[in-house]
Design a protein around this ligand. Structure first.
Ligand code: ATP
Ligand code: MG
Length: 449
């Protein structure tokens, strides 16, 4: 992408309405624009990151055996009356009437719709286990939307729903999602820590929230520091096998939110040198809720003995539009965002230090083509602007590697690479620049680990 033809409305000043660094940087880097309270447009740079996050979520859901579909945003209230949640849900639900005065709502979650799909088509125990997921916009009329897309009213959620014959089956489904979540957050460059959590209004007992540690997190969390450095299960993990050893290994270490524990219990449970108290951003939540919906909505299958069995369900959420700011909270400096390669809007930014100079334009043009041919996602700053302004923008939008070329370097046959994360600079022959960038980027994609 040539920056001269892109749409990147960066801001010089830090917007006053933004309280936390990720919100400031998302506005400054031209990633989002607020449209109403808790409602945002995703501008091209932001949308590109969001799509990379979504792709990782999809790949790991699919790998674990979940099957993707898509349900509507606007739902009929009838299903919610059946489950008993229509009145219970309260003011967070946006209630709508259609032209026939029928009660509709903008879905805050999808247990009812998915249970309806299940009961319509699935008849036999042979069709289980089943896990269906979608990635769809939700609306929750939050009391206090804040921090940009971190807590918005309209937000994107990946929500998966598992169906099993009994609690033992549901526990296996839960473990598959648990492992998929560990991998998902790791692939985004995050440390996503599973914490014992309250099951909330939905009820149930197997409940884990995944938190990213950051000073601005809304939750107080207590954990065994070993969890923060534990290697996640690798790509060849067998999801059809027994995942209990992995699950037990992770959950045997202490980690809980303030709703589930207190400092005293924590201090007594974890050895002194491994006690970590921190703030956490909740990026995912998985829980088992048994027959809470299948029972009132009559989602049953016929068992091997011909008897009707009410299915056991779990639900599994991840917030992609919250993950984008969470990644920024975890990875930035005074100059701007520092994207992990796997979710970076572009992997490399090529900077022409003297746009308009015939030879430099030609050399940069060749590099631009070669970077793309090498399979790299490239942003090419070809604008006629002072070098200082280009460097500031590059640092602000946080592309992991900058490849810099100007007339002086060209004369010597040398280009420069700047590593955004470390600030390290290397000068190298122009002819080897593309191969070098490729060798830096590829292992950091985390798509084969
Ligand atoms: P919170 O306690 O932060 O309000 P929740 O318990 O209501 O979250 P869930 O219903 O479990 O959240 O939703 C699953 C995921 O959806 C959350 O882990 C989070 O990543 C995301 N999410 C929930 N509410 C919002 C929101 N208002 N804005 C952005 N993402 C959200
Ligand atoms: Mg909530």
């Amino acid at each position: 992408m040539r920056l001269s033809r892109y749409f990147l409305p960066v801001l010089k000043e830090s917007p006053k309405e933004a309280e936390i660094v990720s919100h400031k940087l998302m506005l400054r880097a031209g990633m989002i624009k607020q449209q109403a309270a808790g409602s945002y447009s995703w501008l091209p740079l932001g949308y590109k990151v969001l799509n990379k996050v979504i792709k990782i979520v999809e790949e790991e859901q699919n790998r674990s055996g979940a099957v993707q579909l898509l349900m509507p945003t606007v739902q009929s209230a009838d299903l919610w009356k059946e489950s008993g949640r229509y009145d219970a849900y309260g003011k967070e639900m946006l209630r709508i009437k259609d032209r026939h005065e029928r009660d509709m709502l903008y879905g805050p979650t999808n247990e009812e719709v998915i249970t309806d799909i299940f009961r319509t088509y699935v008849r036999s125990y042979k069709d289980l286990p089943l896990n269906l997921y979608h990635i769809q916009w939700k609306f929750r009329d939050e009391v206090r939307p804040r921090f940009g897309t971190m807590r918005s009213r309209e937000f994107l959620m990946k929500d998966a729903y598992s169906f099993d014959l009994d609690e033992a089956g549901a526990k296996k489904a839960f473990q598959r999602m648990f492992v998929a979540y560990l991998r998902t957050f790791y692939r985004m460059g995050l440390t996503g820590i599973p914490m014992r959590a309250d099951a909330g209004p939905i009820g149930g007992d197997l409940s884990y929230e995944f938190h990213v540690l950051a000073e601005t997190g809304e939750s107080q969390v207590f954990l065994d520091a070993d969890l923060a450095t534990k290697p996640v299960p690798p790509i060849d993990t067998d999801f059809s096998g027994d995942l209990s050893p992995i699950f037990d290994d992770w959950t045997s270490l202490f980690a809980a939110t303030e709703e589930m524990t207190d400092e005293k219990t924590f201090r007594a449970a974890v050895s002194h040198n491994r006690q970590l108290m921190a703030r956490g951003i909740e990026v995912g939540h998985i829980f088992y809720f048994g027959t809470k919906y299948s029972e009132p909505m009559k989602a049953t299958v016929t068992g091997a003995d011909g008897k009707e069995i009410t299915v056991h369900m779990g639900s599994y959420g991840i917030g992609p539009t919250r993950l984008v700011p969470a990644i920024i909270e975890a990875s930035h400096d005074d100059n701007g965002i520092i994207w992990p390669v796997s979710v970076a809007p572009f992997e490399v930014e090529l900077i022409n230090l003297k746009a308009g100079d015939k030879d430099t334009d030609a050399a940069c043009g060749t590099l631009y083509d070669e970077l793309q041919t090498a399979g790299l996602d490239v942003l090419f700053d070809d604008r006629d602007q002072p070098a200082g302004a280009k460097f500031a923008t590059a640092d602000l939008i946080g592309i992991p590697y900058q490849l810099i070329l100007g007339p002086r370097g060209l004369k010597d046959g040398q280009a420069e690479i700047k590593h955004r994360k470390t600030g390290e600079r290397e000068t190298l022959p122009i002819a080897s620049a593309v191969a070098r960038i490729k060798s830096l980027v590829e292992p950091e994609r985390r798509d084969t680990v």
